[in-house]
Design a protein around this ligand. Structure first.
Ligand code: BDR
Ligand code: CA
Length: 380
């Protein structure tokens, strides 16, 4: 496979979180990623703890220079729910990290997102690994946000598969469905305005051009929008990536240390901790996550949603997508937080999202082992 293109400016919106922390390490380990900033959202743990975990992980990765901001500390309309049973009481499983010394940004997350998008129009890829609270506020403040970003990449939703929090809802959407609805709505409006103004291209570019898109174009004057649709990567694809103890063994090997010792530590806290601090962090954080998955999903391993999404944001060849109109249920006695995709074009709306329907999990896991292993070697 050819190498992915160079220098992708990224803003990562996180609720760190075990898989968020691995996503941060992946981004730090990726030569083509230019991390412009990291914005924190409440989700897996409260927003202050997210900011603490995020900075501690960036310091572990040797990136204390990255700007880290906090935004609104609660969902738009609902009470915050967190998930200590999945990520541990502080969000990093059994791991312990020194308190961070790098300062928090004086900017609030939505303000940072809008300012950076305006400063570098068409350049920044905003990757959300958390509830969409910050992005919803940013989109309300700056309706041109969909056009100012190079792309929005969302970890969120369950499009053709069951949810992981309710039978129909994925966690990030579940925590703040009102924000998710605002974000998908903002992208829908931008696409519709674009096509209504005749700015669409008859031969557009990008991911996911399929016959479904032709159907969309047929009802919208043979044009596809110039404003980029959101790339939405939900459980349909992220649950294809199962990190197992053997992957951590391979990662230790890549870092130049003994694979069996790391595998032993990820299986039991009684095994001696590795000296390499990145490997020690990974073993202790992921042991908690794997124990959770063993109970809830019946395998000793972990779905690593967020790093897969960062990897796809850096190289969209890792996923196959289909363009579709997406909306979010915010009411509904049993369906709040459902991401509803109109696969049969019954609404007659243009697609606001490219939804990932397939992913190359093996290529992703191989890349993760290689990159994060190399980072661990450097930091060791
Ligand atoms: C998402 O929920 C969170 O617990 C994970 O960090 C991920 O972003 C998966 O549903
Ligand atoms: Ca997350």
């Amino acid at each position: 496979m050819a190498q992915p293109r160079r220098s992708v400016p990224l803003i990562l919106d996180v609720d760190t979180g075990i898989d968020d922390s691995l996503a941060l390490l992946y981004a730090c380990a990726s030569p083509e990623a230019e991390i412009v900033a990291v914005t924190c959202s409440a989700g897996n743990v409260d927003a202050r703890q997210v900011a603490e975990n995020t900075r501690a992980v960036l310091e572990l990765a040797g990136r204390p220079d990255v700007e880290v901001a906090v935004g609104r500390e609660a969902p738009l309309l609902r009470e915050l729910v967190t998930t200590p049973e999945t990520h541990g009481p502080r969000g990093i499983g059994w791991a312990e990290l020194p308190p961070p010394v790098m300062p928090l940004s004086p900017r609030r997350s939505p303000e940072l997102i809008v300012e950076e998008a305006r400063r570098r129009p068409g350049e920044i890829t905003l990757v959300t690994l958390a509830p969409l609270t910050n992005v919803a506020i940013a989109a309300l403040r700056e309706p041109e946000l969909p056009r100012l970003l190079r792309r929005l990449v969302i970890m969120g939703g369950a499009y053709r598969v069951p949810g992981n929090t309710t039978p129909v809802s994925e966690w990030n959407v579940h925590v703040d469905p009102d924000a998710a609805r605002i974000v998908f709505g903002a992208w829908a409006r931008a696409v519709e305005a674009d096509m209504a103004a005749g700015r669409g291209e008859t031969a557009g570019t990008g991911v996911g051009r399929t016959s479904a898109e032709d159907v969309q174009r047929a009802s919208w004057g043979n044009a596809s929008p110039t404003v980029p649709r959101a790339l939405a990567i939900g459980l349909d694809v992220t649950e294809q990536a199962r990190l197992l103890p053997r992957h951590l063994g391979a990662l230790a090997d890549r870092a130049g240390t003994a694979a069996p010792a790391l595998e032993a530590r990820v299986r039991s806290g009684d095994a001696p901790p590795p000296e390499n601090l990145v490997l020690r962090y990974l073993a202790d954080a992921l042991r908690f996550y794997m124990e959770f998955h063993e109970t809830s999903d019946h395998f000793y391993g972990a779905f690593i949603h967020d790093p897969f999404v960062v990897a796809a944001a850096l190289d969209d060849r890792l996923v196959r997508t289909e363009p579709v109109a997406v909306d979010v249920e915010t009411g509904g006695a049993i369906s709040a937080g459902q991401t509803v995709a109109d696969w049969r074009h019954l609404w007659g709306r243009p697609a606001n999202a490219d939804v990932a329907v397939e992913g190359d999990a093996d290529a992703f896991l191989e890349r993760l082992v290689d990159r994060v292993g190399a980072l661990a070697a450097r930091r060791g």
